[in-house]
Design a protein around this ligand. Sequence first.
Ligand SMILES: [Zn+2]
Length: 300
Amino acid sequence: MTKPVNSTYGVSLWRSIRVLWPALKSQVSIRVLNGNRTSFWNDNWLGNGALKDLFSDIYALAHHQQRSIAKMWSPQGWELILRRDLNDWEISRMAEFYKQLDDFTGTQNGDDTLRWQGHSSGKFSVNAAYKMINQPTPQVTNWPWKHIWKTKIPCKVACFSWLLAKEAVLTHENLKKRNWTMCSRCFLCEKEVETVGHLFLHCRITDQLWKIFINLRGIAWTMPRKITEALFSWEAAGAGADDISRWKMVPACIWWAIWKERNSRCFENSSNTMQEIKLNCIKLFLFGVTRSTQRILYLS
Ligand SMILES: [Zn+2]
């Protein structure tokens, strides 16, 4: 196997494939027959990891750490040679070690073969590997993809929300992470440091946009710390309402309006009044509402 790809150069396709290797490797064990090609300490032949990792304390005491199973096994049993006698407190650990080896019944004729643990047959298949790698993890389950993509807003606005949820929008905070040197200040309120959380959730200008919709519904809502939390929390606040699909468009409309305003202040040196910013946000929201209504009409 090639070394991990660490540089920013090279073929990104290979880099993507290479990062999957540790997950695949963890599912590969060895079915031991003659034991010639299997390292007693270093290979995963027990199915739950290499002995040098499972029993690193005993590995440290062992001679012949590179020996194959064929050389470690004799008809009388395992030939484990230690560098020194065991202390009393190490005996129970050694018993545990031998217990792990209990299932091994001896070497047989035939070459050792690889066994893929991702499938009951022991044979590797791309299908089984794909399913294993794509098992939902808690992190993926908690990713608000529905809140972003299952709304009726324009695609470019949804894409922006997605970037924002990944905290990949080029605010001052993120430019600094890329080693840009700058004096960071929010272009809207000109008081706080420009972070994703501040600009899109907590800035007093942004707050006024949120309040338009919160007041319309007459609810109390506490602003979360992060964009992803805001998406979950916003949907929960609108749960059960008849217009939930419209409600779900609101965060993206606010964020797009704020980002447009921020960029026009940053790059064009022109700014809108608070009323105009509110109007831009509402116009985008109504555009989304019209699109969803038209779609319903076409379908009916
Ligand atoms: Zn601000």
